[in-house]
Design a protein around this ligand. Sequence first.
Ligand SMILES: N[C@@H](CCC(=O)N[C@@H](CS)C(=O)NCC(=O)O)C(=O)O
Length: 218
Amino acid sequence: MNDLTLVIGNKNYSSWSLRPWLLLKQFKVRFKEVRIPLYEARTSALMAQYSPSGKVPVLDMGGLTVCDSLAIAETVNERFLDGQGWPGNPNLRALGRAAVAEMHSGFFALRNAMPMNCRRRVSGFKPDAATQKDIDRVCELLGDLLQRSEGPFLLGKFSIADAFYAPVASRFTTYGIAVPQEISQWMGELNRLKAMQEWLSAAQEEAETIAESEIADA
Ligand SMILES: N[C@@H](CCC(=O)N[C@@H](CS)C(=O)NCC(=O)O)C(=O)O
């Protein structure tokens, strides 16, 4: 077995944690999991123990500690997936990398207004203008990838791009965002993955609540 430990936050709330967790699970890479409940009295002591950046996710590879979801995804791809985390087609691979980079460095309005909260269903959510702009851009980007790759996943087969956009799919469901049919089909594909179901049912069972991530019904 690989000497791998992925340190994550609450499954219900930690969108950055979901990305590498889903990637590892979907590609059947075995790893141990350490879960740090976020924003609690014990959080900073646990972070000090496991995470040099004070954030999750973190991948420990037998003493070598890799912080940040994107660095983890690329490292996992190189060391354990034989490059299969990206498609063979170089154009799709370039667009996939751009989409992942855009998510990693942007969509701040969407991330702030629509925190990931897997078990919640918010009624009457009305995005403000900046959030709507992010939603529209995400839909444009995902629609373009699905059209070029012909699905069922963003780049054809499941890839790092799906892992990076899985939290957005969860947010669209939580906040009742109407999306074009091809995106709703992609969300269905994601939700049917055994790994995704495992994450969602674990999120349901978590007892912690992070008040700032509980957006009120309208
Ligand atoms: N750029 C980082 C972001 C990581 C991040 O912000 N993680 C959040 C949880 S989803 C966190 O650890 N928050 C705790 C804190 O900021 O104190 C990544 O891609 O991994």
